[in-house]
Design a protein around this ligand. Structure first.
Ligand SMILES: [Zn+2]
Length: 397
């Protein structure tokens, strides 16, 4: 096994790559990201631990793994970000803007560094590629996975004994994982617990090992603690192993003074009308029945709280089927619906004409729905972008 610390490139700080380990045999390339938010060190600590163990164990590894740090400046300061949130910059338009800009914000420099590194790795390594991004939350929470809802992500994610939450990215502009999904790769976010909770580190360690097995880097039988790691995540997530979707986000805008009432946790059941927070001293009540998700208990950040709901099993099966038969090709026969481009990746829906089209329906078919303005919906086809062929021989697919 060839283990090496990457030599720094001219514009990459030496510490950007925690470690790279190349196995003896060919196999996938797995990239683990940690610390995109500087106040979330759990993933960083977990990766340092796993990479050290694995290089010392001399396991028979297939393929190549990377541990990569996100926001170096913010990690050094222990803050979510220095100037702007690094996990909100990954849109094509913004990347183009930043590439042509002279005076860069701290996170814009980090963005360009990370982009260089991503390009270099995807060019020099072999697929299939897997991207894992580690986070923690300010509230107490069960560990959980977040994904953009494409079938490659869904099938890979259900191998882990933790809840899966779909659709967060629909409410956020420019998270890293959406960018990687648009490149066609499997991209999984893992939220391991509360920021400073030691269990967030051990959950991330367990998740890293299970990922190595799931992606085929290590055989299950070569990892003696496989069952222990699986049990740990199962226990930490109270055996909740369902798939949820976001039905509501309370956005904090401008000069709002937002404060959650104390004591709320992620995955806590709430009813419509539950008093959850105050916004500029006005009470904020739950507008849906469901589960509270990621209530904000820190100063930085603009997402107050989410409400999620379990997706019924029949809807999951139906959506897999509809995507397989490419049901959406029939859409454009409907009035008010047309492809924005000939590549059939973006649908444009005129709400004045197509009043009958509901958002959950497009979710079933794998679309990410964004409002253009009052009249139009713009919908991105996640399936079209997926490099399904890359994963077609993998066991989980
Ligand atoms: Zn985070």
């Amino acid at each position: 096994m060839d283990t090496q610390i990457l030599t720094p490139k001219k514009n990459l700080p030496a510490s950007r790559v925690i470690q790279k380990i190349k196995g003896n045999k060919p196999g996938p390339t797995v990239l683990f990201f940690a610390g995109i938010h500087g106040n979330e060190p759990a993933g960083v600590n977990a990766l340092a631990r796993v990479f050290e163990d694995i290089s010392a164990k001399e396991n028979n590894l297939n393929g190549t793994i990377y541990g990569i740090l996100g926001n170096l400046k913010a990690l050094a300061e222990g803050k979510r970000f220095v100037d702007v949130d690094l996990n909100r910059l990954w849109t094509k338009a913004n990347i183009k803007m930043v590439s042509n800009k002279k005076a860069l914000l701290e996170e814009e420099k980090e963005l360009l560094d990370l982009l260089d590194l991503l390009k270099e790795i995807t060019k020099s390594e072999n697929g299939p590629f897997y991207f894992i991004d580690y986070h923690t939350t300010s509230s107490k929470t069960l560990p959980f996975i977040t994904i953009n809802d494409s079938m490659i992500n869904r099938k890979f994610a259900i191998q882990f004994p933790v809840p899966i939450v779909l659709g967060i990215e629909e409410h956020l502009d420019g998270p890293l994982l959406s960018f990687i999904n648009q490149l066609g790769y499997v991209a999984i976010g893992f939220e391991s617990g509360q920021h400073q909770d030691p269990e967030a580190v051990s959950n991330s360690v367990a998740f890293t090992y299970l990922t190595l097995v799931a992606a085929g880097v290590i055989g299950k039988s070569d990892l003696e603690d496989y069952d222990k790691y699986k049990m740990q995540l199962k226990n930490a997530s109270n055996s909740v192993n369902d798939i949820f979707e976001v039905v509501y986000l309370h956005k904090i805008t401008g000069m709002d003074v937002f404060k959650m009432l104390p004591g709320y946790e992620s995955f806590q059941k709430i009813n419509i009308g539950t008093h959850l927070a105050t916004n500029n001293s006005e009470p904020v009540y739950a507008s849906f029945d469901g589960m509270l998700f990621m209530p904000l208990y820190q100063n930085q950040g603009s997402d107050g709280f989410f409400i999620i709901r379990k997706i019924p099993a029949f809807a999951l099966t139906l959506s897999a089927f509809l995507r397989k038969i490419k049901f959406d090709n029939l859409f454009t026969l409907l009035p008010g619906v047309k492809w924005e481009h000939r590549d059939k990746e973006i649908l444009r829906v005129d709400l004045k004409v197509a009043k009958y089209m509901a958002k959950p329906f497009f979710h079933l078919l794998g679309y990410r729905v964004r409002y253009l303005d009052g009249q139009y919906l713009r919908m991105y086809n996640r399936e079209k972008a997926s490099k399904k062929k890359m994963y077609s021989n993998e066991e989980w697919w």
